[in-house]
Write a protein that binds this ligand. Structure first.
Ligand SMILES: *Cc1c(COP(=O)(O)O)cnc(C)c1O
Length: 391
């Protein structure tokens, strides 16, 4: 048997850039499920979905096994397919763009703002105007609430609606965040909003995602695509059910279901959502304060937004040297994000350096320093001391 040795070359990091916060209550919630009748397709997933609705004000929530899956079913529910176009931003995780390609659509990007690194409403306006003239409007745009901060959704939504373009918010970073004092996820400015529950995000289900919407039909269709395109609802069937065993496959769906253990963890974690976000904000204010004298750029705050602070991205000169010095000191810094269009896979589709200059110049200087609810003030001082030495 192949007995894997632990990797020796992997550095043990003292302070990671992000980390889950799992309590005894969380552990008890998961073990309780393991002793119950249902490990999947039981009562915990609907309970988790209800908790997401309660926290966001959404009418519907459809949980899945990842945000990537939720973005995919969101695109499918909106009818994205071959011949269609999807736009997102380059400053995001590859999944925001890949889901368009999964559906056979063409993907393009809208550049980001120089100070908050989210979709630039001016760039969107210019690109929409040109696309309308060329008859190449996107079917869907996916703005990303980078680091937990909403983009200018008022303007983005007004423009998209005027051109009949659908909006999916990639709020993977932004559960617990607010825009104009309303919770992200209420879909006041979008058709669908998607959250991630990967362990580095705000609350976790290990792997997991959720899509919210106010629209009954979109919720139904996302639920359908999440589970093989199968319905057991007699009202949705095309034929009369001959008996209780009967179900119908209506679409080519997938198996993107969340397990009961994941959902139970999520229900338990959601009880601490406000505390997690408050602590992240407190730590961010502390970084703002302690870092104010250093030669670096701190993340700007949009006064319309209350950020959930998934990340605290700074910009420095000589990023590679600072990054290495911090890693060598046991500080688990990271970079968010390598612009998606510069990935080899996307270069093969024709994208080039220089296509999205704002996202590229931000990337050249970006470092995300540790930020998570369990980070202590002392940990934070250790990070700042190492940062001071390295700059
Ligand atoms: C984490 C993340 C995703 C993917 O989330 P998964 O739950 O890991 O699939 C998508 N978009 C953004 C912006 C993310 O940060």
């Amino acid at each position: 048997m192949d007995r894997r040795q632990p990797r020796q070359d992997r550095q043990v990091l003292m302070i990671p850039y992000g980390r889950q916060d799992v309590s005894q209550d969380d552990i008890d919630a998961v073990t309780e499920v393991l002793r119950s009748d249902f490990l999947t397709q039981g009562p915990a997933v609907p309970r988790f979905e209800a908790a997401i609705c309660a926290a966001t004000g959404a009418k519907h929530a459809v949980a899945s096994n990842s945000a990537t899956s939720s973005l995919h079913v969101a695109c499918l529910a909106l009818g994205l397919g071959p011949g269609d176009i999807l736009w997102t931003v380059p400053n995001t995780f590859v999944a925001s763009a890949n889901v368009g390609l999964y559906c056979g659509a063409t993907v393009d990007f809208v550049d980001t703002t120089p100070d908050t690194y989210v979709m630039d409403a001016d760039a969107l306006e210019a690109k929409l105007t040109a696309a309308a003239t060329a008859g190449k409007l996107p079917k869907i745009i996916i703005p990303v609430h980078f680091a937990g901060q909403s983009c200018d959704m008022n303007r983005v939504a007004a423009m998209a609606r005027s051109y009949g373009v659908k909006i999916i918010e990639d709020a993977s970073h932004a559960i617990g965040a607010r825009y104009l004092n309303q919770p992200i996820g209420d879909c006041a400015h979008s058709d669908i909003c998607v959250f991630s529950f990967h362990p580095v995000k705000i609350v976790t289900t290990a792997e997991g995602g959720c899509a919210t919407t106010q629209d009954d039909e979109l919720a139904y269709r996302m639920g359908l695509f999440r589970s093989h395109g199968i319905t057991r609802d007699a009202d949705r069937m095309t034929m009369d059910a001959p008996g209780g065993w009967y179900y119908e496959q209506l679409e080519l769906g997938l198996n993107y279901r969340m397990t009961e253990m994941q959902a139970a963890l999520g229900v338990s974690q959601m009880k601490r959502l406000d505390d997690f976000v408050a602590r992240r904000n407190e730590l961010a204010r502390r970084y703002d304060d302690i870092l104010s004298d250093l030669p670096l750029t701190r993340p700007a705050q949009n006064p319309d937004a209350y950020s959930s602070y998934h990340l605290y991205p700074i910009q420095v000169e000589n990023r590679a040297r600072v990054f290495k010095a911090l890693r060598d000191n046991g500080i688990g810094v990271n970079v968010h994000y390598i612009p998606v269009h510069l990935q080899p896979y996307y270069r093969n589709l024709g994208f080039r350096p220089g296509d999205f200059p704002q996202a590229e110049s931000y990337y050249d200087h970006a470092i995300s320093i540790p930020l998570y609810a369990g980070l202590t003030d002392a940990d934070q001082d250790t990070v700042v001391a190492a940062l001071k030495r390295s700059i």
